[in-house]
Design a binder for this molecule. Structure first.
Ligand SMILES: Cc1ncc(COP(=O)(O)O)c(C=O)c1O
Ligand SMILES: N[C@@H](CCCC[NH3+])C(=O)O
Length: 418
C-alpha cells in the first residue's frame, strides 16, 4: 500500500487526512509514515536473506527518536557520525553491537563512549585517527574493532556536494594508505581488524559506480589476505538514490542483487549504510500558503516553511515534488514560486510550479523524510517544525515544535554591571 495517496481529492498519510494532521499539529510540520519506513527496511532485509549481513541505517538522514525506534524494533543496525547520534540510537533502544561509527574527525571522547558501549566497528578515515583510537582503547583496556574507509576514486555521478569517493574529497584514504594502515593496525595490540569500508556518495541513480567501488574494495581484500590480514566484513556504505522527480534509480532489490553478484561466494559479512533510500519517501513536509503576491514577472506563494526547515533546494538545487493537499476543481493553474519568510533570495522550496492555489492553501512537499528536519536550523530565530509519525490511524507527536522561549533559554544576557 502507498503510504501517501490521494483519496477523493484529499491527501492521506496512511489512514489519516493530511488536512486533519495540519489542523492538529499546525504548519510547517514533518509527517512520517511508519509503514513506509518499515517497508523500505524490509526490502533491504528480504533482498539480503541467506547471506550474513547488517543493515546500518544512516542516522544522519533522519535521526528522530521515533523513527530510530521503528527501525531498531525491526532489527536495524545504525551508522553514526557523532556521539550525539550514538546517544540517540541508545535512547531509541538500538543495539550498540550493531553500530558502525563513520566520520572524518572523531574526537577521543567520542571514541571512548563508543568503546564503552561496545559498537560493532569504527570506520577509520586517516592514519592519525588509527593512532588516537589505539591510544584511547589502550587507556580503557579495550580492543577497538576497525575498518578502514577507502576512497576508491570512483565518480558517483551525483551532485558535487554529495559525492564522497573522488580523490579530491576529504573522505577515506587511498588504497595504498589503507594498506599501510592495515599493516600498522595488525601490529597494534588494542586494534582488531574487522572490515573494509567505502561510501562514494549519495543519491546515486546508477549501479556501475557502486560495482566499480566494490571491485576495488575486493582487490584490496585479496591483497590483505595475501599478507595474512583477514577481512571479515565488507561495508559498502549507503548512497542508493530515490525518485524525487524523474530519476530512475535501481530498486533496492536490484541493487542488492548486483552487489551479491559482485561479491560472489566470498565469506564476507555485508554491511550497508542506507539513509535516503529508507527515509526520503517515508516523509512529507506540510506547509501553508500565507499570502500570494503577483508581480508582472512572477507569481509568489509566500509559504510558512522556509529554507531553515528544508535546505535541500537552496543547497543542492534539489527538486522536490510539491502538491496541494486538496485537489481543487475550481480556480486556475498558474506557475508559482513557493518562497518562505526567510530573508534570503535562496529561500524557496520550488520555482515555477504549476499549481491551483490561493492564500490559506495547504501544500505537501514530498520526499522530505531524509535530510529534511535534520538539516533544519533556527535561522531568522525560527523555531523548528514539529515532527509527527503516523502509524495506521494514529498520529504520534514525535518532536514538538520549538518555541521561541526554548531558543532563548540557552543564551545569557550580559551581567548588569558590565
Ligand atoms: C559514511 C556514510 N554512510 C552512509 C551515508 C548515507 O547515504 P545515503 O543517505 O545516500 O544512503 C552517508 C551519507 O552520504 C555517509 O556519509
Ligand atoms: N544532505 C545531503 C546528503 C548528504 C549525505 C551525507 N553524506 C542531501 O540532502 O542530499
Amino acid at each position: 500500500m502507498q503510504s501517501f495517496n490521494y483519496r477523493d481529492g484529499e491527501l492521506y498519510v496512511e489512514g489519516l487526512s493530511a488536512r486533519a494532521l495540519a489542523a492538529e499539529f499546525d504548519t510547517p510540520c514533518y509527517v512520517y509514515s511508519r509503514a513506509a519506513l518499515e517497508g523500505a527496511l524490509n526490502e533491504y532485509q528480504q533482498a539480503l536473506e541467506g547471506i550474513p549481513h547488517l543493515v546500518c541505517y544512516a542516522v544522519k538522514a533522519n535521526s528522530n527518536l521515533a523513527v530510530l525506534e521503528v527501525l531498531a524494533r525491526q532489527g536495524a543496525g545504525f551508522d553514526i557520525v557523532s556521539v550525539g547520534e550514538l546517544e540517540r540510537v541508545l535512547a531509541a533502544g538500538g543495539d550498540p553491537a550493531k553500530v558502525v561509527f563513520s566520520g572524518v574527525a572523531k574526537k577521543a571522547s567520542e571514541m571512548a563512549r563508543a568503546l564503552e558501549v561496545g559498537i560493532h566497528c569504527f570506520n577509520l578515515e586517516s592514519a592519525a585517527e588509527l593512532e588516537v583510537l589505539n591510544q584511547v582503547a589502550t587507556e580503557m583496556d579495550k580492543v577497538a574493532p576497525i575498518s578502514v574507509r577507502v576512497n576508491p576514486d570512483v565518480d558517483a555521478r551525483t551532485h558535487p556536494y554529495i559525492s564522497t569517493g573522488l580523490k579530491e574529497n576529504k573522505f577515506g584514504v587511498t588504497m595504498d594508505e589503507a594498506l599501510r594502515m592495515y599493516q600498522r593496525g595488525a601490529e597494534l595490540p588494542n586494534i582488531d581488524i574487522q572490515g573494509l569500508d567505502c561510501h562514494i556518495g549519495s543519491q546515486l541513480t546508477e549501479l556501475s559506480p557502486f560495482i566499480d567501488a566494490i571491485e576495488r574494495q575486493l582487490s584490496l581484500v585479496d591483497q590483505l589476505q595475501s599478507q595474512g590480514i583477514t577481512i571479515h566484513h565488507l561495508d559498502i556504505g549507503g548512497g542508493l538514490g530515490v525518485r524525487y522527480r524523474d530519476e530512475t534509480p535501481p530498486s533496492i532489490a536490484s541493487y542488492i542483487e548486483a552487489v551479491r553478484t559482485a561479491i560472489g561466494d566470498r565469506p564476507l559479512q555485508l554491511v550497508l549504510e542506507p539513509g535516503r533510500s529508507i527515509a526520503a519517501n517515508a516523509g512529507i513536509l506540510l506547509t501553508r500558503v500565507e499570502y500570494t503576491k503577483q508581480t508582472p514577472e512572477r507569481n509568489f506563494a509566500l509559504i510558512d516553511a522556509a529554507m531553515n526547515d528544508m535546505i535541500r533546494p537552496a543547497l543542492y538545487q534539489a527538486w522536490l515534488d510539491i502538491k496541494t493537499v486538496s485537489q481543487r476543481s475550481e480556480g486556475e493553474v498558474l506557475d508559482w514560486d513557493l518562497v518562505g519568510p526567510v530573508c534570503e533570495t535562496a529561500d524557496f522550496l520550488g520555482k515555477e510550479r504549476p499549481l491551483n492555489i490561493e492564500a490559506g492553501e495547504l501544500l505537501s512537499v514530498f520526499g522530505a523524510g531524509a535530510y529534511g528536519f535534520v538539516m533544519s536550523s533556527n535561522y531568522n530565530t525560527r523555531g523548528r517544525a514539529a515532527e509527527v509519525l503516523v502509524d495506521g490511524e494514529r498520529a504520534h507527536l514525535a518532536r514538538e515544535r520549538e518555541t521561541i522561549e526554548e531558543l532563548l533559554r540557552l543564551e545569557h544576557r550580559l551581567p548588569a554591571d558590565s
